[in-house]
Design a protein around this ligand. Structure first.
Ligand code: SF4
Length: 384
């Protein structure tokens, strides 16, 4: 049992979350999370490691942005081949490929592109186009990265626990029921400013003290893509990278992330744009999120979270389940249908403005979503 956790002193968390051990005896969960499982056990290089050791021919800063994207896309093809080898077990951390780090790498190309994007920010579909070096965009954070807390999270889904979770300030959504509204909305810049080196140190400490993964969350991690990518330059331990997000990234941001993330933990909240706009101020929600989920699932393992909102079974939960079943490879993903919604933040303060969500979901509503998901062949039972 202990060989599952190459770095972990498994004392406390194994008592608190015995399901985090037991889950791996479920062969179907193991199959669907097979890449994550390999990296978690250090049996395969994380995808950011492959990007870091894949040589780029030119110094990225010498190229204009179009040339840089062309180079990125060319290296993406190489990266994919190497990832496939790693999946088959024919590329390991002990191979010559990982012996010496090139001066310029695929990762350096990504970092340079991210640094350019943050100066005309379009990491997410808000596309503020502001220079965040001069000040914040809609997400409330400038070009600095603000970390509010980081710790071994024992409350995540069983395969992820203990999860080395880093909470970033700022968010590109305005969810009226946000549970983390202090860091996402009210004081996003109240956290500690961390640069890429410090962020790498944080990840290292989390991993060597037992984290199964590094869990980037917020708020939303998207505004910090530039710092996160650069932190991988300094990160010298192998660890699965987990993207815990509302998935509202632009195609450009998705390209930068797609091949450095090992496991995706997207929130899929709404089944239609009207609810997304009303409750999270997120236009074009369904189109953007489905587009990004399709890319993500082709680039790593995936656990989709769906929070059941009271009164939103017909308009959101059921359409979300239908979209999962029709647009994604349903036999490769796991879903967590979450029952823990409670009125928070603005809904708690002004319940009359959003009356249908000013209560907990009913058992009958949850049952209806579970039954519907089951009828579509969605696997949620092990995690919900
Ligand atoms: S991350 Fe999104 S919300 Fe924030 S500045 Fe960039 S485009 Fe705007």
């Amino acid at each position: 049992m202990f060989d599952l956790y190459p770095y972990a002193p498994p004392s406390v968390w194994m008592r608190l979350r015995p399901d985090a051990v037991a889950i791996w005896s479920d062969e179907e969960v193991k199959r669907r999370l097979s890449w994550y499982y390999m990296v978690m056990r250090d049996e395969a290089p994380a995808r950011f490691m492959i990007a870091k050791y894949l040589e780029a021919p030119d110094p990225p800063y010498s190229l204009d942005t179009d040339e840089l994207w062309r180079l990125h896309d060319k290296l993406a093809v190489e990266h994919r081949k190497l990832w496939m080898e790693a999946r088959r077990g024919s590329l390991s951390l002990h191979d010559d490929f990982f012996r010496s780090k090139p001066e310029y790498s695929y990762l350096s190309v990504k970092i340079e592109l991210a640094q350019r994007i943050v100066r005309k920010c379009h990491f997410c579909e808000r596309r503020c186009m502001v220079n965040r070096v001069s000040g914040p965009g809609f997400c409330g954070v400038d070009a600095h990265t603000y970390v509010h807390s980081w710790f071994h999270h024992l409350g995540e889904e069983a395969p992820l626990v203990p999860s080395g979770t880093i909470f970033y300030g700022g968010c590109n959504f305005r969810c009226v029921y946000c549970q983390n509204y202090d860091i996402s909305q009210e004081a996003p810049r109240a956290g500690s400013i961390v640069d890429a080196r410090r962020l790498a140190q944080i990840q290292r400490e989390l991993r060597i003290h037992g984290a199964r993964n590094i869990n980037h969350v917020g708020g939303d991690p998207t505004p910090n893509i530039h710092t996160i990518l650069e932190s991988f330059e300094y990160l010298d331990v192998n660890t699965p990278q987990l993207w815990n997000s509302n998935m509202y990234m632009t195609p450009e941001a998705m390209k930068l992330l797609a091949d450095v993330i090992d496991i995706w933990l997207p929130d899929f909240k709404y089944g239609n744009d009207k609810c997304a706009k009303r409750l999270s101020a997120a236009p074009y929600y369904v189109e953007v999120v489905v587009r990004n989920l399709v890319i993500a699932v082709d680039n790593g393992d995936m656990i989709i979270r769906h929070l059941v909102l009271p009164g939103h079974v017909q308009c959101c939960s059921k359409p979300v389940m239908r979209l999962i079943a029709s647009r994604l490879p349903v036999d490769r993903i796991l879903v967590n249908i979450m029952d823990q919604y409670r009125p928070e933040y603005l809904v708690a303060r002004y319940p009359d403005r959003w009356p249908e969500i000013a209560r907990r979901p009913r058992a009958s509503e949850l049952r209806e979503v579970y039954e519907y998901a089951r009828s579509l062949g969605i696997l949620f039972e092990p995690l919900s």
